[in-house]
Design a protein around this ligand. Structure first.
Ligand code: HEM
Length: 412
């Protein structure tokens, strides 16, 4: 057996159900990096935890599409639960496609989701943040998750897509369910609930698309409908799939950056003080927050050919979890203080929180902009911000973040 692997049958070294894992998965990741960086889980999937290995997999000739047909632990279950009833748009988002389909879908969406369109959002994002911070100051004792971390990215993506305000609440609840499909392990009841939420959300998106075709506006959805290259456009099913992806990727991730980043500052008062003293640190601070506590903890791939990673050959057709959060704490990449938050860390932007390779996050600049505005405004608006009770975690393994972050505020 190759060095660094563990034979099937031994107690699993990767156990996301272990006590305390979602509150702090980092000790488990550290053990894996040290003793089994290319780990074959007894359930048949593999786990990568070192920076170089995670990065190599994401850049390798591997597949996301195969997740839907490959008997990985999740796909098998999906098959049992769904049979042939998989929603028609399911699997059509760019995140679920390999090149050349992926290249085509991504290019069409990128035409609508331009850096210029993102930059233009700064005034509106600032207005939204200021409104939320005003309410937080007035309330004094608040839970930062429902007060700021969640509603901000949701409002931004919902407005970008031109979602009717009357649909906001329903879309928010439905995407909160659909996003659970990104978790590595699900039981059949949850899968059924995801399926029905997916159908309903697809229906809402289809209605919006139909309406927008006749009522074009200056928004992302209209731009997506009109995106065209060499006569090629997105079909209705493809449009639905990209809209659902944007809703979910647009807020279920950034919420963890805002809440996890704030928590990191509250737990490192010296760093918080440094940020107050020099708000020019904000852009690098956001990168370091992304590195320190990755809002998306892992990516998944299926190998398309025997792939040697970290000196170990992973067979063709293997389901591999690449733990971004662990790569972001790898001492080999970051040095001895990999576990410390250092807002002025050089090279912080090399984190893998936005993934790597062809699926590198399309919304990275939007997420960076939202978080930058939050922390710029936070240090100028709050004289003080302190934890005011216990943090609870959302219990997710992949899109992991605080479920509640009680704080007490004092105006500047
Ligand atoms: C893809 C993370 C915010 C849209 C990804 C991937 C990661 C990621 C890790 C790659 C997944 C993989 O390779 O399997 C994050 C994080 C965010 C964030 C940590 C916030 C802190 C956003 C936002 C949007 C967005 C705000 C859009 C509004 C996308 C899209 C993809 C993607 C469309 C698919 C790209 C592709 O498959 O080519 N994101 N994301 N993300 N993200 Fe983000």
């Amino acid at each position: 057996m190759a060095e660094g692997t563990v034979a099937a049958g031994e107690a699993p070294l990767f156990d996301p159900f272990a006590e305390g894992f979602t509150a702090d998965p980092y000790p488990q990741y550290a053990r894996l990096r040290e003793s089994a960086p290319v780990y074959e889980h007894p359930l048949g999937f593999w786990v990568l935890t070192r920076y170089a290995d995670v990065s190599a997999l994401l850049r390798s000739n591997s597949s996301v599409e195969e997740r839907h047909v490959n008997p990985g632990p999740l796909s098998q279950l999906r098959e049992e639960v769904y049979g042939d009833r998989l929603p028609r748009a399911d699997g059509l988002s760019m995140l679920d496609r390999d090149p050349p389909d992926h290249t085509r879908l991504r290019r069409l969406v990128a035409k609508a989701f331009t850096p210029k369109a993102v930059r233009a959002l700064r005034p509106r994002i600032t207005e939204l943040v200021d409104g939320m911070l005003d309410e937080m100051v007035a309330a004094r004792r608040v839970d930062l998750v429902p007060a700021l971390a969640f509603p901000l990215p949701f409002a931004v993506i919902a407005e970008m897509l031109g979602t009717p305000p009357t649909d906001h609440e329903r879309v928010r609840d439905l995407s909160g369910m659909v996003v659970r499909s990104l978790e590595p392990v699900l039981d059949p009841d949850v899968l059924r609930a995801i399926d029905s939420a997916y159908q309903e959300l697809s229906g809402i998106a289809a209605d919006m698309i139909a309406w927008k075709r006749h009522n074009p506006a200056d928004d992302l959805l209209t731009a997506l409908i009109n995106a065209e290259e060499d006569g090629d456009v997105l079909s209705d099913e493809e449009l639905i799939a990209q809209v659902l992806l944007l809703y979910i990727a647009g807020h279920e991730t950034t919420v963890n950056l805002i809440s996890g980043g704030t928590l990191a500052l509250l737990r490192h008062p010296d760093q918080f003080a440094a940020l107050r003293a020099d708000p020019g640190l904000v852009p690098n601070a956001v990168e370091e927050m992304l590195r320190y506590d990755s809002p998306v903890q892992e990516s998944r791939r299926i190998t398309l050919e025997p792939t040697t990673i970290g000196g170990v050959e992973i067979p063709k057709g293997t389901f591999v979890l690449a733990i971004l959060a662990s790569a972001n704490r790898d001492e080999r990449q970051w040095g001895e203080d990999a576990d410390s938050l250092r807002l002025d860390r050089e090279g912080a932007r090399n984190h893998l929180s936005f993934g790597s390779g062809v699926h590198h996050c399309l919304g990275a600049s939007l997420a960076r902009l939202e978080a930058s505005v939050v922390f710029e405004r936070m240090v100028s608006r709050f004289g003080d911000l302190a934890l005011d009770g216990d943090v609870t975690w959302n219990g997710r393994i992949n899109l992991r973040g605080p479920a509640a972050l009680p704080v007490v505020t004092r105006p500047a």
